[in-house]
Design a protein. Structure first.
Length: 293
């Protein structure tokens, strides 16, 4: 049994699909706080090997119930929006930290994978700080329980994920034919959801205890992303409004620390220094993701 927390989210949905495509005999259980999201997941994945639980990992009893007979956990559930975490730090800590503690306390299986973010490194805000703590908690279990596997997958932004900046821009175009952005020179790592889902499955199969795994991913200058987005979805009258960095946000991200033992890392740790994706490449990704937007 594989438990995928946050299985009804954008990455979770695609990961569960991939798991069922690759393995013909496994069962997958998901847990979510949202009845609507669980129902939507069941509509999109009509598979008798899928089990769903409505519950909140902040509740240790719900975590224990979801973990019953689970030999593998892929922990995706999190509060992930920077501004919401900044405004609601108690909730961010409760879900991202306490929720992880509850899962680790109740886990009796073999493999535990935590999904982390580039914002966990040298964090400048609440979200990154909670994900840093999540990483530390999971990896500490790997030191204490060496017969099991406790691993981290760390990634940048998932291209066209639900609630992403592309979602926001699409809504802004419909309302005001305007795109609101914090900083045009900002750089961000991006990865395709299918690539990330396959990477997680590969780590589930072959990963080693106590390791942090970082998939290769491309870097985007937000000015180029805006230009490509307007060329596909906007028009000559589309306006761009820059507002400046938000609380807890920084202009460039890093994927690993200088002396960190990371498997599969970029040639440069900072999104400021790596090779940037061209506008043509960005447009190709946008067109691929068009049905998701």
């Amino acid at each position: 049994m594989i438990l995928v927390t946050g299985g009804s989210g954008f990455l979770g949905l695609n990961l569960v699909k991939r798991l069922f495509e690759k393995y013909k005999d496994i069962k997958v259980r998901t847990i979510s706080r949202s009845e609507y999201d669980i129902q939507k997941l069941k509509w999109q994945i009509a598979n008798p090997r899928l089990e769903t639980v409505i519950g909140d990992i902040k509740d240790i009893n719900a975590a224990e119930f979801a973990l019953k007979d689970a030999d593998t956990v892929i922990h995706l559930a999190a509060m992930k929006h920077i501004d919401i975490c900044e405004d609601n730090p108690l909730d961010a800590v409760a879900i991202n930290v306490i929720g992880t503690i509850n899962l680790l306390k109740c886990f009796t299986g073999d493999t535990f994978i935590g999904m982390s973010t580039d914002k966990a490194l040298e964090p400048s805000g609440c979200y990154g700080a909670t994900k840093l703590l999540q990483e530390k908690l999971i990896l500490s279990q790997g030191k204490d329980k060496k017969k099991n596997r406790f691993m981290i997958v760390r990634s940048g932004n998932i291209f066209a994920s639900r609630g992403s900046v592309l979602d926001k821009w699409r809504n802004q175009l419909k309302k005001n034919n305007e795109i609101v952005i914090t900083d045009l020179q900002m750089t961000r790592y991006f990865i395709d959801v299918d690539v990330l889902a396959d990477f997680i499955i590969n780590i589930m199969e072959k990963g080693k205890n106590g390791c942090v795994y970082v998939p290769n991913q491309r870097c985007v200058v937000l000015a180029d992303l805006v230009q490509a987005f307007i060329e596909i979805y906007g028009n000559k009258d589309t306006k761009i409004k820059a507002t400046g960095l938000r609380k807890g946000e920084r202009p460039h991200e890093i994927l690993y620390l200088p002396n960190e033992a990371v498997i599969t890392k970029m040639s440069s740790r900072s999104s400021k220094d790596v090779e940037k994706m061209s506008i043509k490449e960005i447009k190709e990704l946008l067109l691929k993701a068009k049905e998701r937007l």
